[in-house]
Design a protein around this ligand. Sequence first.
Ligand code: FES
Length: 543
Amino acid sequence: MKITLNGTSVTAFEGENVLEVALRSGVDIPHLCYHPVMPSIGACRMCLVEIDGINGYPASCTTTVADGMVVRTRTEAVRDRQRENLELILLEHPSSCLVCYKKEACQLFRPDKEKAGTTTGCQSCSNKHDCEVQRLTVELNVTSLPVGSFYRNVEPIRTDPFIENDPNLCILCGRCEHICRHHHESPVIVFTGRGPDARAGQAFDHTLSQTGCRFCGSCVDLCPTGSLAERFAKWYDQPEHTFETTCAFCDAACALTVMETEGRVFSAAGLDQKLPICVLGRFTIPYFLSSRDRLTHPEIKVGEVMREVSWEAAFEKATAILTPLRGEAFAFVCDRSGTVEDRLAARTFTEEVMGSTHYIEIEDGEDATPVKLPDGVRAVMLTGDFVDRKTLAGLDAVVMLDCFPTEAGGEATVLLPAAVLLETAGHMVDETGTERPMVKCARAPGQARQDWEIICGLISAMGDEERAGGLADEIAARIDGSDAVIVVDRQRAPDPALDITKIRTRYRGHVIAERVPPLQEVQTPRGATTEEALSEVSTCSEC
Ligand code: FES
C-alpha cells in the first residue's frame, strides 16, 4: 500500500505502524518508548504526528497504517506538542545539565566524573554520551523547563547482582517492563506506586534474584536513561573499541558486541536484541576475565613451591620432564572450551610430537567427574581442572595450561598461564556443527598466551622448530582465511536465557560462579521465589 509522508508517497506494508514506515523511509520522528525489537507501548507520547481524518495528534507508534493515509510529522504544531511532552518527561528526570545553556562547553572542558554515588547530572550518568533523552532535548531545542524539575530523592537499588537501578533517573517509559514481558512472558519488572512515587522495579521490594530474573540484561540494553545500569560497565566511559564476536561459554554460540578500553573488556551484550542471551554472555565475562585470581606468569615447581619464571625457563623445564616420557606414557586432557585451533595444536602435539594416542577431549564440559587416565600414563598435560589431585600426585610429570589456580594444580611441575574466551582468536563449533569466529577483543593478563601459542612454543623448545613453525603458520592461515560468520539472526533464544537452571556452571573444569561472585546469587536466589512472591499477593490483607 502507499501512504503520503510529509508530501512524499512511500510504500507501507500491512500491519506496520506509521513510525515504522517513517523510520524505514528515512523520516525521523522523535520517540522514546518505542523500540523495534518489541511491540509498541504508546506510553511516552513523543512520536505524535498529524494524520488527515484523525482528530488531534495520534501517536505514530500505535497507529497502524492504512492505504492512502496522509501523515505530517514536521509541522510547527507537531513540534510544539512533542516539545511540551518532552518538557513534562524532563520534569521528573535530573534535567539541569540537559537544558543548561553552557552544556557544550561543559562537555568539552569538564572531565567526566566517574564513580558518582548518585547521578544528578549528565556528567556523572552511566549513559554518558549515548543518551536518547539528551539527543531529543537537542533535537527539539528544549532549553528551559516551565518549572524546576522534581528530584525523587530515592535511594538507588544496589542489592542486585550485575544490575543497579536508580529510580531517580527513570522516565517511566515502560521499555524495561515491556521487554521483560515480551522475552519472558512473566515479567519480573513491574510498575509500582502512584503519581510521584511511581517507578519501575520489583513488587514488594523483592530483589531481582528473588523474583526469578534470568539476568538476560534486555532491560538494561533498552533503558533510554541511566536508570538501569550494568554494575561493572557503569564506571567506564564510551569504549575505545567495539568488537563483534561469538560467546564461547556454550555451543549456543550467541553473537556478542563487546566493549573494550585499554585492552580490557568491560561489557558484552547480545548483538540481536530481538532474542535475549543468557547471564553468562551478558554479564559474567568482564568479571571472569579480570578476576584477580588469574594466572599471569609461567611457574615451575622448585622444591615444594611454585616460582615465577620466564617462558623460556618454563619451556625448558617442561621439555626436561616430558621428553623421557614420550609414547603411550603421555596423555593430553582438554575440553571443548578451547578454540578449534587450540585443540588442533593439542592433538598434533600429542600424536606427532609425543607419539601418544592418548589425546583426551572431554565432550561435556559440565561433567564434574574427574577424568580417569589410561593405564600406563605417567605424564599429563591439562588445560583445566579435569583430573583429581590424587591422580596427578602419582604421576612423574604434570604440565598445566590454565587460567586459574586449582587445588590439583598444586601437583603441577610446570604451570603455564592461558588466555581464554575473548582473549583468544580462532573458531568454536556451535550446536549445529558450524564453525563460528572468535575475535580477540581483550589483552590477556600478564604474560598469558593462547593454548596453541603455548603448545607451538613448547614444540619449538623440544627441538622441532620446523614443526612448530609449520603448525603456527597453518593455524594463522586458518584464522586469517576464515569465512565463518557469527550467528546474528538466531531463530530462538538459547535455553539458558529462558531457564536459568540450564546455564553452564563450568568452564575449563572451573566452577564459573567461584570466579564471578555475583553469579552465586543468581544461581541460589535468596528468600522468596516468583511463586512465593505471587502467593503474597493472594494473602495480602491490606486491600
Ligand atoms: Fe510512541 Fe512513545 S514512542 S508513544
